[in-house]
Structure formats: structure tokens, C-alpha cells
Design a protein around this ligand. Structure first.
Ligand code: ADP
Length: 410
């Protein structure tokens, strides 16, 4: 018999009395007591509600936050110590796009104590009729410290293991080469399998090392102003041999949203962004390599679009697609969609993690849209810089280089 006596319905009057009011009180209690800061921002950008944890993180009292424009009271800083401008503020982006957003690379600085806390910010827009943003701020200081320790360990381990793996691969290669060894048919089959596995291990260690380099701050982005259409086209065109080798079609397109606004009249406008060229190369190559890998037949399309504030690079394919419930996970470390289609296709599950990491290090955002069996679209968004800013930054860099000094970052 169960130790717990089942209470009769009549014994639980409190449940019966669980009215709207008491439920509202419970909701209020949860909001007041959770450690996450919660702020609700209206469509006009004014704060409609803030819980005590949000007051502590922002260093402001309830009345200081009440009905005040979010950007005047929430101090967000990037990892280089600069206050996040309104154009780059994820809250501002969500107010415009009404889309879900998640960032982990900003610090919130308390107005009263100047205490800086690294936070994960999750922005969830509510329904169309009631268009508010629910913003949660979670302190991730300890989480980041743990991650750094873990990645230091992984970095050392993968560095140490790369050498023996390369040597195993080399010896297997020698054993498979008829001019250096004699192996019978069955032995050759085993060696082929061992060779593939050692190559996979080599790729895994290389990808692991690459991901930890940024976590450990062994590498930092070097920002420079670039003509983003020309840059992306040059990188994407470099993949044409791989795309055609798989028998896929390739298309590159670019355009400014301003073109559509000008009634279809083509304005030959250049689109600039401040990015790290090496990181951008890794990002575009990773996305196109995946598009090729996961597309049995059809097209790989790369597009660059822009409005006044942002640049979007869109890598699209007509491949196997990703199920809706998997989409939020594919950017996680080691995550690989496991189904009949993907099982045959090799990979480490680190490519998209690395891609997202690089994009965010360049103050960008990345997300994916997909339909199973139809294809996948990856969208990378960077803040756009004006022609004027481009010229100023370029002038400064050229000047620095003419004087033989180290390059400067923007
Ligand atoms: P992998 O090395 O497995 O390709 P990634 O991190 O690059 O690792 O991608 C993670 C998972 O996301 C892949 O295993 C695959 O299931 C899915 N994926 C990534 N890109 C695409 C794409 N273009 N089309 C379909 N699925 C994709």
C-alpha cells in the first residue's frame, strides 16, 4: 500500500479555491522570488514591469525603472568594455523584428554600484494583440568560469592528442600503400576503416582546438571595415568547385532593401560592416560546406541583403532540412541530428558551434529556418556601418599602415 494516503476531494478545499486571484498571487510570488531578472518592455520601448532581481542587476529601484525607456536605464556593455549602441542592442533588434532572441556575450552594469555581471539575455515577444517583450537576464558568471576551465582542459588534451593521431594516420597510410607494404584484401578493408576513423579523430581534434581558441581568448577578432558584398562573394565563389563536384547549382545574389523601397530602381549602393575577415571566411565556408553536405540535389544560394541598420548574409540550400524541434539545438557543441539521412554523412557536430561563436564574437547573430525535405536557410546578421564610418575607419587603418604601425581594431 502506498505510504501516501490519497486525500479525498473534500480534504483539498484550497485546490478548489484556486481562483484566478490566487493564481495571480502565485505568479506574482514566482516573479518576486526568482533569481533571474525579468523585465517586460512595451512596443514603445518603455518598461512595464521589472522584478526585484532585475532591479538588482540594473542597480535601479522599481520606481526608477517604471515606465522609463529601456535604453536609458539598462546599461549593456560588450566584452571590449563599450556600451552597446542602440542599433546593436538585442532589445532594440527584437522591438523591430518582433523575433525571439538570445545572447550570452554582454554584461549588464548596475547603475548604483557599477557592478558588471555577464548575463544571458533571452527576449521573447508575446502575442500579436499584446506585443510586449519579456526579457530575462540570467547571471552566467560562474557558468562562464566553468566553461573556460573546461575549454582549457579540452584545448590542452586535443593539442596533445593531435600528434599521435597524425602518426597513426601516417602509418596506416603506409600500410595501405602497395609500394611500402603488402596487405591482403580483408586486411585492406580493415585498414580503410581504421584510416577513416583516424581522419575523423584528426578533424575532431582540429575542430575542438579551433573552438577552444576563442573561448580561451587565444584568438580575438580583428575588426576592419569591409565591402561585405565583395567579401562574401569572393569567399562563396571559392566554394564553386566543391558545389559543382557534388552536382549542385550555385547562385549568388545581393541587393539592398533600399532598392525595393525605391520602387525597384537599382541603386548601386555599397554595403559595409566592421568584421574580422578570417572569422567571416570560416563562417561562410562552414555554412556552404554544410549546405553541400546536407543537399543531395538542387541548389546552394548565397545572398547579401541590407537595410539601414543591418546586413544579412543568407546561405540557403534545397537539402534534407532540419526538423523544427532540432533547430534550436544544432548550434550546440557536438549536436548532430540523428536520423536516416544524416547517419551516413560524416561530421563532428562542432561546425555550427564554431560558426555561431565566430559570428557572436563579431557582434553578429545567427539563426536558421528550415523545412524537412525542402531545405535550410542560415541567416547571419551584422550591424551595418555607414559609408561615412567606412571611409573614416579605412582612412585611419591606411594611415596607421603607412606609418608602419600595428593595425587598429574597430
Ligand atoms: P556536422 O559536423 O555534424 O555537420 P555542424 O555543427 O556543422 O556539425 O551541424 C550540426 C548538425 O546540424 C548537423 O549534424 C546536421 O544534422 C545539421 N545541419 C547543419 N547544417 C545543415 C544543413 N544545411 N542542412 C541540414 N542539416 C544541417
Amino acid at each position: 500500500m502506498s505510504l501516501w494516503k490519497r486525500k479525498k476531494k473534500a480534504d483539498t478545499p484550497e485546490l478548489e479555491r484556486d481562483t484566478d486571484d490566487s493564481r495571480r498571487n502565485l505568479n506574482e510570488l514566482v516573479l518576486q522570488s526568482i533569481h533571474e531578472g525579468v523585465i517586460i518592455v512595451g512596443p514603445d520601448g518603455n518598461i512595464r514591469l521589472a522584478n526585484p532581481a532585475a532591479c538588482e542587476l540594473t542597480g535601479r529601484s522599481q520606481s526608477e525603472l517604471d515606465h522609463v525607456y529601456y535604453d536609458s536605464v539598462i546599461n549593456l556593455f560588450d566584452k571590449t568594455g563599450n556600451r552597446v549602441s542602440e542599433g546593436r542592442n538585442p532589445i532594440n533588434v527584437a522591438l523591430k523584428t518582433k523575433e525571439y532572441g538570445e545572447v550570452r556575450d554582454l554584461d549588464i552594469v548596475a547603475a548604483d554600484s557599477n557592478k558588471s555581471t555577464p548575463v544571458s539575455i533571452i527576449i521573447t515577444p508575446t502575442s500579436e494583440e499584446n506585443p510586449n517583450l519579456i526579457i530575462t537576464f540570467r547571471d552566467i558568471d560562474q557558468e562562464l568560469k566553468d566553461e573556460r576551465e573546461r575549454s582549457e582542459f579540452i584545448s590542452t588534451a586535443s593539442h596533445e592528442m593531435r600528434t599521435p593521431v597524425a602518426s597513426i594516420e601516417g602509418y596506416i597510410g603506409l600500410a595501405m600503400n602497395p609500394s611500402t607494404a603488402t596487405v591482403d584484401g580483408r586486411g585492406m578493408e580493415y585498414l580503410k576503416k581504421a584510416h577513416e576513423a583516424s581522419q575523423h579523430l584528426g578533424r575532431l581534434f582540429r575542430d575542438l582546438l579551433d573552438t577552444t581558441k576563442l573561448d580561451d581568448r587565444q584568438i580575438q577578432p580583428h575588426f576592419e571595415p569591409v565591402d561585405i558584398v565583395a567579401e562574401v562573394k569572393a569567399i562563396a565563389d571559392g566554394q564553386i568547385p566543391n558545389i559543382t563536384a557534388k552536382g549542385l547549382g550555385y547562385q549568388f545574389g545581393s541587393g539592398s532593401v533600399d532598392q525595393q523601397l525605391s520602387g525597384g530602381k537599382r541603386i548601386n549602393q555599397l554595403i559595409y560592416a566592421s568584421i574580422d575577415k578570417d572569422f567571416l571566411t570560416e563562417v561562410i565556408n562552414n555554412l556552404i560546406e554544410n549546405a553541400i553536405k546536407y543537399t543531395p540535389a538542387g541548389w546552394v544560394t548565397v545572398n547579401v541583403r541590407a537595410d539601414n541598420y543591418n546586413v544579412q548574409i543568407i546561405v540557403e540550400d534545397t537539402g534534407i532540412g532540419v526538423a523544427r524541434e532540432e533547430l534550436t539545438h544544432i548550434f550546440q557543441k557536438f549536436y548532430r541530428v540523428d536520423n536516416r539521412d544524416t547517419r551516413e554523412i560524416g561530421g563532428t557536430g562542432l561546425g555550427l558551434y564554431l560558426t555561431k561563436q565566430r559570428v557572436e564574437a563579431m557582434n553578429g547573430r545567427i539563426w536558421a529556418e528550415s523545412e524537412v525535405g525542402k531545405g535550410t536557410r542560415f541567416i547571419v546578421l551584422f550591424p551595418r556601418i555607414s559609408d561615412e564610418t567606412y571611409r573614416q575607419q579605412k582612412f585611419l587603418i591606411d594611415n596607421q599602415q603607412a606609418q608602419g604601425r600595428e593595425s587598429i581594431d574597430f
